[in-house]
Write a protein that binds this ligand. Structure first.
Ligand code: HEM
Length: 554
């Protein structure tokens, strides 16, 4: 039998592609089913191949050509229909934004891959297009970034009807306090988490945080001959503290002066996550690839073994785990793996964010020695030695220290692009404008934090704007590093305590300088070029090499 022309299968496949786009891809949330969808497409292609082979009597090449034609036709159908729909018919078409960003997540992925500075690109787009920009940051072009202070209240505030968007399905069906869209599970679990951050719980963590700060100062005091990468030590600190508070044992990175495997794991995963979250279906597909799933399983397996270890020892010391571990798993509707993912969340959310802010702050203080000196004088007045550093004293009497921390959080927010929420089906008025239902919305934290409508000299490090010179602060509500509302950061007070204690110990122990005489190229570069601040959903700071000078105190 002769092999038919390819026009008919091509046209048929294009029609199927258009139909599938219109009934599946243009509505609902299909991303979490992407693996099934891919398998179905694969299966259809295999069936077409087998059927043509059988029907046309074993003409392998032709049969392959036929199958490829249908595949190309299908893809052309889906992507053409998608592009036309997104440009001309999408219900968000009245919102401006760059063409690429309206078309596809690959635009954001390309932008992310060029230095992981999507937060800066978003800021530039807002300057060009205005407060509302249609941009695909984490999910499809139905996302609008809103660069307005009122949007923070309207999207995240306690009265908001916006819910978590499909970004929070990325680990589905695994769930943690943060990565769940189940409201009732979240609110029950949040109550449990909050018990781990009361002032009485925090006061029990404080001596351990001070201990880790002193170990870090001790290690640094032996490294004053040449510039030292302070970011590395701060990461050790952040992870050691969280290991101690979550699993009851430190990772001992500070003591041993070298990274634990978890840090290498996180460093490797950062760019992968940072680029793939822009195209979530690809993220979910990647997670299922053997190499990636092996890395992830290794890490989760490690968390699991730590959770098991922690369950078996009855610590007399209170730690976060004592609160998270229920008397009986079933009593709180937990599933067996929930604790593992919650402990992973605590380690990652608690260490990365705090380390980023601390590294940014030390960079800013080294950049501006006169502000470093004002801070040192304030801390000197309150604490006679690093061993005497106390959160209680600092939190009540050190406004300049708190101002420094807030400025670091403002200039370099640890979640710089903001987080994704979804409007209710009936839509919502956000910053004075009606946004259609089921639209993904976010507030770009970095851009809002550097908006001159809300902060005078927004790019300058001015700790006094939070105390003696409040006229430099035009809209306090625009400052939103921990978020507000029911999904706000549960670890805020712990983070503030850690940052106060470590910074106080360090400024009491050392003077920080950038090295200018060519001894350290990197130190000089950091000084001239600014901070290497990369956005992988949570941000990371590159090496900050500073020269430490021991101070004679006590
Ligand atoms: C400078 C430090 C920190 C910053 C800037 C920060 C920021 C944030 C932000 C913006 C969120 C919202 C994420 C989202 O909705 O997807 C969040 C959530 C969260 N943070 Fe933090 N965080 C910090 C430190 C900590 C610490 C020390 C912990 C301790 C374990 C922690 C635990 C959490 C948890 C468990 C959530 C999820 C809360 C929920 O979904 O209800 N964070 N954080």
């Amino acid at each position: 039998m002769s092999f038919p022309g390819l026009i008919m299968p091509l046209t048929g496949a294009i029609c199927v592609g258009v139909t599938i786009h219109l009934i599946v891809f243009s509505r609902g949330e299909w991303e979490r089913h992407v693996v099934t969808i891919m398998w179905s497409i694969f299966l259809c292609q295999a069936l077409i191949c087998a059927a043509t082979l059988r029907f046309y009597g074993g003409l392998y090449l032709q049969s392959l050509l036929y199958t490829l034609t249908t595949m190309v036709g299908f893809s052309v159908g889906v992507f053409t229909s998608m592009s036309i729909y997104r440009i001309y018919f999408h219900r968000l078409r009245q919102f401006p934004g760059p063409l690429g960003a309206r078309l596809s997540g690959f635009w954001s992925m390309g932008t992310a891959l060029r230095g992981f500075q999507l937060y800066k690109k978003t800021q530039t787009l807002h300057r060009f297009y205005g407060d509302f920009v249609r941009i695909r940051k984490k999910f499809r072009p139905r996302e609008i970034s809103i660069n307005h202070v009122d949007a923070i209240r309207d999207i995240h505030g306690i009265r908001s009807k916006c819910t978590k968007g499909p970004f929070y399905d990325l680990n589905y069906p695994s769930r943690s306090l943060q990565m769940t869209r189940d409201k009732s599970f979240h609110s029950k679990r949040k109550q449990v988490w909050e018990k781990g951050f009361t002032s009485s719980a925090l006061s029990q963590y404080e001596p351990r945080i001070l201990h880790h700060s002193l170990v870090m100062a001790h290690q640094l005091s032996k490294r004053t001959q040449q510039p030292e990468d302070i970011t590395k030590w701060i990461q050790f600190f952040g992870f050691d503290v969280m290991g101690d508070l979550v699993f009851g044992k430190s990772f001992r990175m500070l003591e041993e002066g070298r990274p634990h495997f978890i840090l290498g794991q996180m460093a490797a995963m950062g760019p992968v996550v940072g680029s793939l979250i822009c195209v979530p279906w690809l993220f979910i597909l990647f997670q299922n690839l053997p190499v990636i799933s092996h890395m992830r399983n290794k890490w989760i397996g490690w968390c699991k073994s730590q959770v098991e270890d922690r369950k078996t020892f009855n610590s007399s010391r209170v730690d976060l785990f004592s609160f998270l571990l229920p008397p009986s798993i079933h009593s709180e509707g937990l599933e067996a793996d929930d604790l593992i993912y919650d402990s992973e969340l605590a380690i990652v959310a608690g260490s990365d964010t705090t380390s980023t802010t601390l590294a940014a702050l030390l960079y800013l203080l080294t950049q501006e020695p006169e502000k470093q000196e004002i801070l040192r004088q304030e801390v000197d007045r309150l604490c006679s030695s690093p061993q005497e550093v106390s959160n209680q004293i600092l939190s009540k009497n050190a406004p300049y220290l708190d101002g420094c921390i807030k400025e670091a959080l403002r200039l370099y927010p640890a979640v710089p692009s903001g987080v994704q929420r979804m409007t209710p089906p009936e839509g919502a008025v956000i910053a004075g404008r009606l946004i259609p239902g089921d639209t993904l919305v976010s507030t770009p934290t970095y851009a809002i934090h550097r908006d001159p409508r809300y902060f005078v000299q927004p790019d300058a490090f001015l700790p006094q704007r939070w105390s003696s010179q409040s006229h430099l602060l035009l809209k306090q509500e625009a400052f939103n590093p921990f978020l507000i509302g029911q999904h706000s950061c549960v670890g805020k007070q712990l983070a503030m305590m850690e940052m106060r204690i470590l910074v106080a110990v360090l400024v009491l122990s050392f003077n920080f300088h950038f090295h200018d005489d060519g001894l350290s190229q990197r130190s000089h570069k950091t000084k001239c070029r600014g901070l290497d601040f990369q956005d992988y959903f949570t941000a990371r700071v590159g090496p900050v090499e500073v020269l430490l000078e021991n101070r004679a105190i006590g």
